[in-house]
Structures are given as C-alpha cells and as structure tokens.
Design a protein around this ligand. Structure first.
Ligand SMILES: [Mn+2]
Length: 197
C-alpha cells in the first residue's frame, strides 16, 4: 500500500501544491520562490528519503512570510495524510545532526497531538537571502499543527545562521524518516496502548 499525500491549498495570499511519498528515494521537486527555503525543503526530502513536490506561488511582493508559512501548513497536512492509519510504524524518531560548528537535536512522536518545543541560539543573522530566520520556529509550528505530531528541536550551540537552520531541517528529516518507517516486528500493530494515534 502506497503512503502518499497530496494537498492543494489556495488562498488570496498563496497557492500551494504539496505531494509526498513517504516510501520514496529522496526525489525532490521544490519551488517556492524563496531560495533558501527551497534548499531546506530539499534537505527534508533528501534526508527523509521522501519523494517531495512543493510548488508555491505566493505574495512575495509583500514578503516571504505567507509563502513560507502556507507551504509548511500544506506540507504538514500532506504528511499526515500520507501516514494514514499509522499501523506498523515506529512512531518515535530522533536524530542529532552537526553542521560544522552547529548542532541540532530533533525528537518526534507521531502522536496525533500537536506540540512544539523549540530552542535555538538567540544571536543569529536575521536574514539568509530572502529567508527571515525567525520563520524557522514558525515553519515548525505550522507543520506540527497540521501533521499533528509532537516535535522537539534543540540547537544547543551554533554560530552561522545558514548552518543553524540547515542542521535543524536535516535532523528533522531523519527523525521523521525513522518515526514513519515500517517496523518489521510490528506489522499490523498500532504502536499505542490507547488503540488510537
Ligand atoms: Mn504567520
């Protein structure tokens, strides 16, 4: 059974199409109009081994906020859709990824409940190209709200803004991959004592 999600989200501010295949090979086709964000979504697909399409046309004449946020909302919704009934998956995943001087520690629980804990260095360059670095937390908030997962992201140290953000996306990709992969010992089993996820 294929685990795919497809979400089209159209508002007066943005038009977003997201397609994701959880059992892909990391084939990514992303264009949001925000170069650094494309680079981050590329990390997510590549290191998550998800096939991922994100096509966003947003109101970039204002700024990149709606474009970035709405893409993350649609991505979260598509991820949830692709997870389906969550039977036979690992459910939990974590990964620690360094990028030179920066380190990201990410833990996820595909719990069915949205919760975000996020810490990163306060002192960071405010912009990476057209990407406002305060958007990283906003992306995770948006993704978590729609995917309905618990996500904990910590960057205990780091100096370069590009590195600080990129290691978070790489670690998130791996953590999501481990959590969503099928556990061969748990075929047909829902990983919850409650009987629902
Ligand atoms: Mn917003």
């Amino acid at each position: 059974m294929s685990r795919v999600g497809r979400v089209e989200r159209v508002t007066k501010e943005t038009s977003v199409l997201v397609e994701i295949d959880l059992d892909g090979t990391g084939k990514v086709d992303v264009s949001t109009g925000v170069g650094f964000y494309d680079h981050m979504l590329d990390q997510l697909g590549r290191h998550g081994l998800f096939d991922l399409t994100v096509k966003t046309e947003g109101d970039l004449h204002i700024d990149s906020h709606h474009t970035i946020e709405d893409s993350a909302l649609a991505l979260g919704a598509a991820f949830k859709q692709a997870l389906g009934d969550k039977v036979g998956i690992y459910r939990f995943g974590n990964c620690t990824v360094p990028l030179d001087e920066s380190l990201a520690q990410v833990t996820v629980d595909l719990s069915g409940r949205p919760y975000l804990v996020h810490t990163e260095p306060e002192k960071m360059a405010p912009m990476i190209g057209e990407y406002d670095t305060t958007m990283t937390r906003h992306i995770f908030e948006s993704f978590v709200a729609q995917a309905q997962i618990a996500l904990h992201v910590h960057v205990p140290y780091g100096r370069n803004a590009h590195h600080i953000v990129e290691c978070q996306f790489k670690a998130l990709a791996r953590a999501l991959r481990y959590a969503s992969e099928r556990d061969p010992r748990a075929a047909g089993i829902l990983p919850s004592t409650k009987g629902a996820l």
